[in-house]
Write a protein that binds this ligand. Sequence first.
Ligand SMILES: NC(=O)c1ccc[n+]([C@@H]2O[C@H](COP(=O)([O-])OP(=O)(O)OC[C@H]3O[C@@H](n4cnc5c(N)ncnc54)[C@H](OP(=O)(O)O)[C@@H]3O)[C@@H](O)[C@H]2O)c1
Length: 288
Amino acid sequence: MIRSPEDSFVLHNRVKMPCVGYGTYLEEGEEAYRSVATALRSGYRLIDTASLYKNEKEVGEAVSNFLRAGAAERSDLFITSKLWNADRGYDKTIAAFNKSLETLGLDYLDLYLIHWPANTRQFSPAEAKTLNQETWRALEDIYLSGRVRAIGVSNFLVHHLEDIYETARIEPMVDQIEFHPGWIQADILSYCRKKGIQVEAWSPLGRTTIFENKTICRIAADHGVSVAQVCLRFCLQHDVLPIPKSVHESRMKANLDLFGFTLTAEEMAALDGLANMGGNHDPDTVEF
Ligand SMILES: NC(=O)c1ccc[n+]([C@@H]2O[C@H](COP(=O)([O-])OP(=O)(O)OC[C@H]3O[C@@H](n4cnc5c(N)ncnc54)[C@H](OP(=O)(O)O)[C@@H]3O)[C@@H](O)[C@H]2O)c1
């Protein structure tokens, strides 16, 4: 069990991931630089970006300046980026990884993810499967080259992962999925647990759309914590790694302050049982 912000989740290749990360979606330019620099100063050691976010340059600059100031060693940090959908396929994946690394200004990444599976809305079932397998083959070769410490997927459902396992030489280490009260994707969660895949929660706060929910508010009031803290603690008690995003320093700090309370089994069950509050993307039907 995770007991402090310094604790880690351990991947099946023994690489350790800081137990809470910092998300950077919708942060661009100066705001991205300032927010990541503040997050690092606030104690975050895992930074989540993606080529889609168009902030890899600023994320990399904030990381490099933090290291240059002697505030941490590179090995203390855990930097994730993701392959965008237009770059799927073996050769394009290798090129996209190289570009991300160069834009970030880093020698290596800690985690590289396939952002979304190719799906049958846009491809035939055979094409989608081959594309996902070829993209994974490229991630495996990047991993074997030593330029990334762990590889994984994002938004992959059970059937997408089963396609990967058919041809994989290296099993996925992480699946980053949407996960928050009201949307826990129990089938993929239990599949990943069985397969030794670490689940990461994107939108662990449901982008605040779940903040008015009466059950979550009651639990927060009972513990004297914020609704955001309940959502993040809920992830950790499911052994799911949350990557909340905030541009505000006070919220960044509060989102790391998750270790002074424990949700009871009844509270976890109540949160597990919440109905979907809407706004979820289905990886099988999204058109991006
Ligand atoms: N793999 C994928 O497909 C995928 C998809 C989406 C996101 N992600 C990753 O997951 C990260 C997190 O997800 P997300 O950004 O979509 O949503 P989120 O973290 O669930 O929510 C972010 C929103 O919550 C607000 N917020 C943060 N902390 C708060 C607090 N303590 N109290 C009140 N409001 C708070 C933020 O506002 P302020 O900034 O104004 O504080 C922002 O509007 C992303 O940044 C990205 O790195 C991955």
